[in-house]
Design a protein around this ligand. Structure first.
Ligand SMILES: Cc1cc2nc3c(=O)[nH]c(=O)nc-3n(C[C@H](O)[C@H](O)[C@H](O)COP(=O)(O)O)c2cc1C
Length: 178
């Protein structure tokens, strides 16, 4: 199986997850920012695409790559400001999945929390008044505080375990087809 890991990352959170996943893939597996992706991905058996959540979907750069992806075997991963179990996180993953052009059902999906750029938090609090859905609130402050330590060692370990499980699934599938 030939894998490639591609990611879009503004502040480095998603890059950390991408690198952790790559550590458990076959030696020599490429891990690249999407803008450095090879033009032709047809000789990869599995393409792993990582993005950061932006307004409830994949960030713009990732959207472009996701919507062009022709490979059948796809893994999606993401970092988001909200805790992974929140409905918003699941909806964000679903929105990104819906961008896949052939209706591919990813062989695996992983997401975890990632710290939000403090400059962006400050800007949002300036733009939106308290009481507004995006304005400052005790709940929002607590969420940002919780996100500030992510991705942490546990997230990286989970990302590796996830990718190992995906490998197991794909490599067993290939053996069964043989
Ligand atoms: C402009 C902007 C929009 C964002 N929108 C969302 C969002 O809709 N939902 C969410 O959970 N996190 C959102 N976030 C938080 C990021 O997705 C999160 O911090 C992510 O880990 C950043 O990843 P990166 O370090 O790889 O760039 C947003 C961050 C920015 C800067």
């Amino acid at each position: 199986m030939k894998y490639i890991v591609l990611y879009s990352s503004r502040t480095g959170n998603t890059k950390k997850i991408a690198q952790a996943m790559t550590e458990v893939l076959p030696e020599g597996t490429l891990c690249l920012p999407m803008k450095e992706a090879p033009a032709d991905l047809s000789n990869y058996d599995c393409v792993c695409m990582g993005f950061w959540a932006d307004k409830g979907t994949a960030n713009n750069e990732a959207q472009k790559y996701l919507s062009r992806l022709q490979n059948d075997t796809v893994v999606l991963f993401a970092t988001l400001g909200v805790p992974p179990q929140m409905p918003h996180a699941l909806k964000t993953m679903a929105a990104a999945r819906a961008l896949l052009p052939k209706g591919q059902e990813p062989v695996g999906e992983f997401h975890c929390q990632g710290k939000v750029d403090p400059a962006v938090i400050e800007m949002m609090y300036k733009i939106f008044p308290k009481g507004h859905a995006h304005g400052q609130s005790a709940e929002r402050d607590a969420r940002h505080q919780m996100a500030a330590t992510h991705p942490d060692a546990n997230d990286l370990a989970n990302a590796k375990a996830f990718m190992l499980a995906v490998r197991g699934k794909l490599e067993t599938r290939d053996t069964e087809q043989f």
